[in-house]
Design a protein around this ligand. Structure first.
Ligand code: ADP
Ligand code: ZN
Length: 734
């Protein structure tokens, strides 16, 4: 088959001026001239001059407005030898930009996050055996010749490794003409997954679930399924079948996971089922790997990607299925530059690309639950755990009746169970979603509290490091010995617990146990992966961790989970506080008893009657959801109403407040849309910037984007240090 550029890239347009989207916060594409002899089309990835620099951009859709004299236009410098972004991908990027009220260039930039990947990967130099033989034979040389006698091409180091010789042996042979140099295509980042590699026998309700799901996948058109089943019920096993069907149909698959960098076990599990790992995509990838993955996704060499939210912006060659695992997880919301929820945008990408999307969770978001109940999503239930894995028994520890000893945070009930568990050589997990030693330090003499100089937040003591730190801006100082206010020495007290302080308490009770603290500030991703694997092998007795231990890990010998402070997330003014607490606590207690051992989850709480606690211990999540859904409906909160948050920040409090007021006054009057605020944000100061919030509240069918755009357009201009952040469908109310 011969290909010419028309087959590869579609018809070449002869327009001489084209719009190019550059990775900048500009409101629209800029016009560029196409030099004589250069072929571009919408979607082409190009290099263009911008000011004094060159940047990568994408030829965009639409006619050039002809507003600029073509002679004054700057020209496209280069077209990369790279598949153009597809019409679906461009429509998706435009949609995200319009929905999130973000300049389209900033959204397009997310699709181009692999600077050196736009040119084809270079061929790899390799060696192939000729008819020549060396003058003198050695055993090492014989081994090399035997290896290479298959007639295939080998890289120098690959052959040396395979033959068990040093590469100087290869060089010696090559210098005598025994090898010729050839070039071979670069190796794929991952092997091809095989849908038939190790198909499981689905059991009980899993079978019907798979039938329903496969029906959706085989339609090959847009639909959303919501797999809702308790941890260990086989959700992953079932959606693997949908992946297999998509691979058989010759289409690519994207699996979104909230903490992909930490879930190495997922990759292995995928490999057990499909005989090869999926390609990974997240911010901790080495740049070279990242570029290879990006390139091979666009060419279709990579068939399955498992990635963090940003993987949604990879330009797949032919995407046919997106799985969003743990769809309720707050990590899907990005709150930086482009404010978007990858779960929701995955649904949009499926709709634009006309393929199925599968949302998966043991504790779905209220939004997805409601969509399931209303018939917008296809609900798929898995009500029981697979095999002999029993759910943990769950109990409440009423902290008013069983208070910890003075200065401690663990009730005698929990301590007693920890002792029994490690006495049986099993593992206990203590969960507390607070890094460091103590969230607040104060002086016992004058009452001085240590506060961040740049943020309205307390400095958190990190005793392992000997520092007090701000968790919002990273400010830190050495833990002082004297109070800076009254000068008294050694009278500073730590208030409240963090994981380090719990570790200290545990060590007091169980000095001989192997105790480990898992917290993102104590180690990097690589270390964490190793530690998690070591824990799974049983190399720790008591694990104390923040929320990163909640995510997807499988600790076979973990039979006790203690929630140190189940009330922690409840009182923060977030309309999703109860839902979030329920999800997090369910997920953490779900870490226990995954292998058939009898297990226990204990929630320490001062509010044992709270609906969240009751829902978890009774196992009756339906009642909890019904109550929560009812509350949301009554208050017209999402998904029954819509929210948009506007945060105005500035170097001075007055500027921030004045601008926020100006915006409010400029808002159009629209039936069904109301504005709350401006009010000082709960985090009134971050990194020295004063913050005011406006919350726009609309009905379900309100056009929030048009409203907010009109308000910004009619409002005061952003000047000086003032900046305005727009967050459609906010998850964060600080
Ligand atoms: P979930 O995703 O709902 O937490 P998983 O798919 O991880 O559940 O299943 C829980 C455990 O049970 C896993 O170790 C999985 O390999 C095993 N399992 C589930 N279903 C089957 C099956 N049909 N055949 C073999 N193993 C299964
Ligand atoms: Zn700070």
């Amino acid at each position: 088959m011969t290909l010419d550029s028309t087959d590869l890239f579609g018809p070449v347009l002869d327009r001489r001026v084209v719009p190019v989207l550059v990775p900048m916060p500009a409101p629209r594409a800029y016009s560029y001239a196409v030099p004589e002899g250069m072929a571009v089309e919408p979607g082409s990835i190009v290099q263009v001059p911008l000011g004094p620099r060159f940047v990568v951009g994408v030829v965009w859709d639409g006619e050039d407005d002809g507003g600029v004299d073509p002679k004054k236009l700057r020209a496209i410098e280069e077209v990369f030898d790279c598949p153009p972004l597809s019409p679906e991908m461009r429509a998706f990027l435009d949609w995200v930009a319009a929905y999130t009220l973000t300049p389209p260039g900033l959204v397009a930039r997310m699709a181009l996050r692999a600077p050196a990947a736009f040119d084809p990967e270079p061929m790899v130099e390799a060696l192939r055996l000729t008819d020549m033989r060396p003058e003198r034979m050695t055993t090492a040389r014989e081994r090399v010749l035997a290896r290479a006698s298959d007639g295939l091409s080998w890289t120098r180091s690959g052959l040396a490794h395979a033959a068990g010789v040093s590469s100087s042996v290869i060089d010696g042979l090559a210098s005598q003409g025994v090898f010729e140099t050839v070039f071979m295509p670069p190796p794929p980042v991952v092997a091809l997954p095989d849908p038939a590699f190790a198909a499981p026998r689905l059991e009980g309700p899993q079978r019907q679930a798979a039938v329903d799901l496969l029906a959706a996948v085989e339609e090959r058109k847009f639909s959303v399924s919501l797999i809702d089943g308790i941890t260990g019920s086989g959700k992953t096993e079932v959606y693997f079948e949908a992946i297999a069907a998509t691979l058989r149909a010759g289409r690519q698959v994207l699996i979104l996971l909230p903490e992909i960098a930490l879930t190495a076990s997922f990759l292995e599990r995928f490999q057990d089922r499909f005989g090869a790992k999926p390609a990974e995509w997240h911010s901790d990838l080495a740049p070279r790997t990242r570029e290879k993955v990006w390139r091979q996704v666009t060419t279709g060499q990579v068939r399955v990607v498992a990635g963090a939210r940003s993987a949604l912006f990879l330009p797949f060659e032919e995407l046919g299925l997106i799985i969003v695992d743990e769809e309720h997880d707050p990590a899907y919301k990005q709150e930086d530059r482009v404010f978007y929820n990858a779960r929701d945008m995955a649904v949009v990408r499926g709709r634009i690309g006309n393929f199925p999307v599968v949302l998966v969770s043991a504790t779905p978001s209220v939004e997805s639950r409601v969509n399931g109940e209303m018939g917008r999503y296809r609900p798929i239930h898995l009500p029981t755990r697979y095999g002999d894995a029993a759910l943990p028994d769950l109990g409440i520890v009423d902290m008013r009746r069983h208070p910890p000893e003075r200065g401690g945070f663990l009730s005698p009930v929990l301590v007693n169970h920890i002792g029994k568990t490690i006495g049986r050589s099993q593992q206990a997990l203590l969960f507390l979603n607070r890094r460091g030693y103590a969230p607040l330090t104060l002086c016992r003499v004058c009452g001085h509290r240590f506060q961040c100089p740049d943020c309205s937040s307390w400095l958190v003591e990190h005793r392992f490091r000997g520092q007090i730190q701000c968790h919002h801006c990273g400010y830190s100082e050495r833990t002082p010995e004297a109070c800076p206010e009254c000068g008294t020495l050694d009278h500073l007290v730590a208030c409240g617990p963090g994981v380090e302080r719990i570790a200290e308490e545990v060590e007091r009770h169980f000095p001989d146990a192997r105790t480990i603290v898992l917290s993102s500030d104590l180690m990097g991703v690589k270390r964490l992966r190793l530690e998690l694997a070591a824990i799974a092998r049983g190399e720790a007795d008591i694990v104390i961790g923040t929320q990163l231990v909640a995510k997807g890990h499988n600790f076979p010998n973990m039979t006790l989970v203690g929630i140190v402070d189940a009330d922690l997330g409840l009182a923060n003014g977030d309309p999703r506080a109860a839902e979030r607490t329920f999800q997090l606590l369910s997920q953490v207690t779900g870490r226990a008893g995954r292998t058939g051992l009898k297990s226990l989850g204990l929630l320490q709480t001062y509010q044992p009657q709270h609906p969240v606690m009751q829902a978890i211990v009774s196992g009756d999540s339906d009642a909890f959801y019904q109550r929560e859904i009812h509350e949301r409906e009554r208050a017209a909160l999402p998904p029954f109403g819509r929210l948009a948050s506007i945060i105005v920040s500035a170097d001075s409090r007055g500027d921030a407040e004045g601008h926020a007021r100006g915006l409010r006054n400029a808002a159009p009057r629209v039936d069904g849309i109301a504005i709350l605020g401006p009010a000082e944000a709960p985090l009134a100061l971050i990194r020295g910037r004063h913050r005011f919030r406006l919350l726009v509240h609309g009905r379900r069918n309100s056009d929030m984007q048009t409203f907010v755009r009109a308000m910004i357009a009619a409002g005061p201009k952003e000047r000086g240090s003032i900046s305005v952040q727009l967050d459609i469908d906010p998850q964060n109310f600080l």
